[in-house]
Design a protein around this ligand. Structure first.
Ligand code: XMP
Length: 367
């Protein structure tokens, strides 16, 4: 059984010894892991800790403002730095999922590196947890924050030393620690949000238009599903055009985009398909038949219309450890209502789909 109080007793002298009189830059994303790490460090080391939130342009709607507000008491010295133009303009136009993730990582750490010089900090604190490096080591995804475990020497490459006090904890343990540290429940109970943010939910080529649409659609999905207790729920976007083929039974379509999944222990970049189904929660027979098409995500149509050029996929999953996950059984009328809201607010959306794939063969995110 994880005991937050003993964990703090154990980590306090270790952190104090290691940091001495140096300064620590704490990278905060507003997610539970990085915020808990920063608050823990602030409690132990006080003003030696400089918490920064980089607005990468891939945050959710008003996220930087909201996080600053939630943390006004527990992390009053949080600094928000707007780098959205740099990130979005550097990644705009890229299509390959791993290429986008790698570019994001490069920009993220070069930004951090110049902030460290500016604030005269020697150490960088991150909220990396066990699941992050397990998946990156397994070659499934380039998690943006996993460095040392895959052999990157941060001292050589960027000139700083990493500290990851939560690296051996799992998500539920981090939440327990967050509650113990009195973090507001908007943070401790928050659904996970990936470091590269909405970037991994813009499937295929990154454009500003797709990014703004997914930000809006994501807001609708989050506000509609926040009371259901699902582990993670969000929207992703891709171009609806380019359906390559209509399979033999007339009701299955393969899109001209690929998305990330997991096969065995390795990453698989596979096809995304659309099916028409009466019952979202009884699709096993259809999905089993599709195995030969190298598919990672199966999407059921919720609503479609003539105009528009984008597809929005709604995804909601239930999971204990995020290593495997089941798709959630959202009531049909709720999905239909989400689709109506999306159609009303975003004119360029042609269809709203629901992702009925578990992990594996899909991953939770699309890229
Ligand atoms: P996947 O998509 O790999 O996601 O099934 C598992 C969990 O990890 C989150 N995730 C990330 N978190 N940096 C992060 O901090 C990343 O690069 C990243 N990629 C995925 C994802 O949201 C889910 O909770």
């Amino acid at each position: 059984m994880f005991n937050p109080s003993s964990f703090i007793d154990e980590i306090t002298p270790q952190l104090k010894d290691k940091i001495g009189n140096e300064r620590v830059l704490a990278a905060v994303s507003g997610g539970v892991d990085s915020t808990t790490a920063a608050v823990l460090a602030y409690k132990i080391l006080g003003d030696k800790v400089i918490p920064v939130l980089i607005d990468t342009g891939f945050l959710r709607k008003d996220e930087a403002k909201k996080v600053k507000y939630y943390l006004r008491d527990v992390l009053p010295n949080l600094i928000v730095i707007d780098k959205s133009d740099l990130f979005v303009s550097s990644i705009e136009g890229l299509s390959d999922a791993e290429e986008k993730r790698k570019k994001f990582r490069e920009l993220f750490y070069s930004t951090i590196s110049s902030l460290m010089k500016q604030y005269n900090a020697k150490y960088l604190m991150q909220g990396t947890i066990a699941a992050d490096w397990v998946e990156t080591q397994g070659g499934i995804k380039t998690q943006h924050n996993v460095l040392v475990q895959i052999g990157i020497d941060t001292e050589k490459q960027w000139g700083f030393t990493l500290i990851e006090p939560l690296a051996d904890l799992y998500k539920n343990e981090v939440r327990e620690l967050a509650r113990y540290l009195n973090l507001p429940k908007e943070i401790s109970e928050r659904q996970p949000f990936p470091g590269p943010g909405l970037l991994v939910r813009v499937v295929g080529k990154l454009t500003r238009e797709k990014l703004e649409i997914v930000r809006e659609a994501n807001e609708i999905v989050e506000s509609s599903l926040s009371d259901f207790g699902y582990s993670q729920y969000f929207a992703a976007i891709f171009e609806s055009s380019g359906i390559l083929s209509k399979l033999s039974d007339n009701n299955v379509f393969i899109y001209d985009v690929k998305a990330t999944g997991v096969k065995g222990d390795v990453r698989a970049y596979g096809n995304v398909v659309k099916i028409y189904c009466e019952d979202y929660y009884n699709v096993k027979n259809i999905v089993d038949k599709l195995e030969k098409y190298d598919i990672t995500h199966v999407l059921c149509t919720v609503k479609e219309r003539e105009e528009g050029k984008y597809s929005i996929a709604v995804r909601a999953v239930i999971t204990e450890d995020f290593m495997t996950a089941d798709y959630a059984k959202i009531p049909k009328e709720i999905l239909s209502n989400i689709a109506d809201q999306i159609f009303e607010k975003i004119h360029s959306v042609k269809e709203v789909l629901y992702d009925v794939t578990s992990k594996p063969p899909a991953t939770i995110e699309f890229e």
